[in-house]
Design a binder for this molecule. Structure first.
Ligand code: SF4
Length: 477
């Protein structure tokens, strides 16, 4: 509990004393008001709940869930507000991957609890850290990442201060549901939930469980509708795209073949794939990536460590060569392909030699993007029992790895200097336009008078680059 500040601990103890009867029950709802009026200001009880604020943390799947939550609530007649100060009820879609994210979310829950408005906590944290949430707000209603079908019931009950908890996984596919997109041209399609691995550090597994692939037909229908709606960037996402379809006698290549043969102007960004299942689909995947101009030349393959010993302790289910083989084969066929990976620094038992193996793997495979995380022990995971490495060593190694990755990313971006080609504008911030080229490279245009808008396709010439992105000048035709 060390991470909570004194005020919070004081508030928690008050809350605890107030009402501990409902803690721990899995699927239920109860009248949280019996004898607790003093906790809520009387004027708010029964007040019409019209405005709802929804905020998501974490991965693309969580953003997709928040889009569906907004869509379902709007269809039900609620107003979706973009500021929690205007809301009557708040919904957080939470992530449980890292300690740092959890701390941010728990503080947000603490702040929202003080607003006296009903709170619904969705996403992964209710399934992995329920007690921590209920210690701060025992009245918060809870929905699991695979229980969105209970959303409207939960909100209906919360309106009348009745807590409900729906954590059991349902068989509902989170697809072809009403949604309000975060970005009007980006369609985030969840193709499955859960995975087939049991990585020893991973709490997502506890939250999302075993693989449940959505049917090809449902995914294709969603994609078709989204393209008709004006979407041009399609993110196919799940907990592990690499194992997609293994539970429904299909696979990712089959799905991508169907999706990329659909008519319309769009490109598909294939989300994260654990290396473990890629050898079985590698040839088909490589062929599709080479032949189809509807698939971004972008691969995200988390390897997590360059040491075989550590991969075994992580229960990753694959060795270094599996990752190397995939990356080097794609690089040979598509040299400019953008490759992203994830590395956990300081996994328990990681020696200097193991860490140097990670550095060597990065230097050999030269990924454009490396998402570096310092190991954090997540409760309920296998590795939470392992002896931790001192944090100063982890910090030092993380800095070394960052500097190696910075220079590689910069060099990888330098190959694009003077490239001339098309971009899809997918973001605008303060007169800075970001576009994506066919390799999903982030390209920045600073031409304020261009009158560009999200969704526009423009021709550019790359004038400069940094480790993060490319800089381009518009070519006016
Ligand atoms: S593949 Fe591993 S890290 Fe990814 S969600 Fe599954 S168990 Fe977690």
């Amino acid at each position: 509990m060390g991470f909570l500040d004194t005020d919070l601990i004081k508030t928690i103890s008050i809350l605890k004393k107030k009402d501990s009867s409902i803690m721990g029950k899995k699927n239920h709802y109860s009248n949280v008001d019996s004898g607790n009026e003093s906790f809520y200001k009387t004027e708010s009880i029964g007040s019409p709940i019209k405005n709802i604020w929804v905020h998501a943390y974490g991965c693309s799947a969580n953003i997709a869930d928040s889009e569906i939550i907004r869509g379902m609530l709007l269809k039900q007649g609620y107003n979706i507000v973009d500021d929690e100060n205007k809301s009557h009820l708040n919904i957080l879609v939470t992530c449980s991957v890292k300690d740092s994210t959890e701390h941010k979310i728990l503080h947000q829950i603490y702040n929202l609890t003080n607003t006296d408005k009903p709170l619904v906590v969705a996403g992964c944290l209710p399934k992995t850290e329920r007690e921590k949430i209920e210690q701060i707000n025992p009245k918060a209603s809870l929905i699991g990442p695979n229980s969105l079908n209970s959303l409207l019931d939960v909100v209906d009950l919360a309106k009348f201060r009745r807590k409900s908890v729906f954590l059991d996984d349902s068989n509902h596919e989170k697809i072809n549901l009403p949604r309000i997109r975060q970005n009007k041209i980006i369609s985030i399609i969840e193709i499955a939930t859960g995975c087939l691995s049991q990585c020893s550090f991973c709490q997502t597994k506890i939250a999302k469980g075993w693989l449940k692939s959505y049917r090809n037909g449902s995914i294709i229908r969603q994609l078709e509708n989204d393209v008709v709606d004006g979407c041009k960037e399609i993110w196919l996402t799940s907990t592990d795209n690499g194992c997609y379809g293994r539970d429904i006698n299909s696979n990712l290549v089959e799905l991508l073949e169907s999706c990329s043969s659909l008519p319309g102007t769009f490109k598909i960004r294939v989300g994260m794939m654990n290396p473990m299942y890629l050898p079985d689909i590698l040839d088909g995947l490589l062929r599709l990536y080479k032949e189809s101009d509807k698939i971004y030349k972008f691969l995200h393959i988390p390897v997590q460590s360059g040491s075989g010993k550590i991969l075994k302790r992580m229960l990753r289910g694959h060795d270094i060569d599996t990752f190397k083989d995939v990356v080097l084969k794609f690089r040979k066929e598509i040299p400019e392909i953008t490759i992203a990976t994830d590395i956990i620094v300081g996994f328990p038992g990681e020696s200097e030699y193991d860490f140097n193996s990670t550095i060597n793997l990065i230097k050999l495979t030269r990924p454009d993007i490396v998402n570096i995380s310092k190991y954090s022990s997540r409760s309920g995971t296998f590795s939470s029992k392992y002896k931790k490495i001192p944090s100063n060593i982890i910090k030092n190694r993380s800095e070394i790895l960052h500097s190696v990755c910075r220079s590689i990313s910069r060099k990888r971006n330098s190959i694009w200097k003077n490239w001339v080609g098309e971009l899809l504008i997918d973001e605008i911030n303060n007169n800075t336009f970001q576009g994506r080229n066919y390799a999903y490279k982030s390209v920045i245009i600073k031409d304020v008078n261009s009158g560009l808008d999200i969704g526009d396709t423009v021709k550019v010439k790359i004038s400069n680059y940094s480790q993060y992105s490319l800089k381009a000048d518009l070519i006016h035709s």
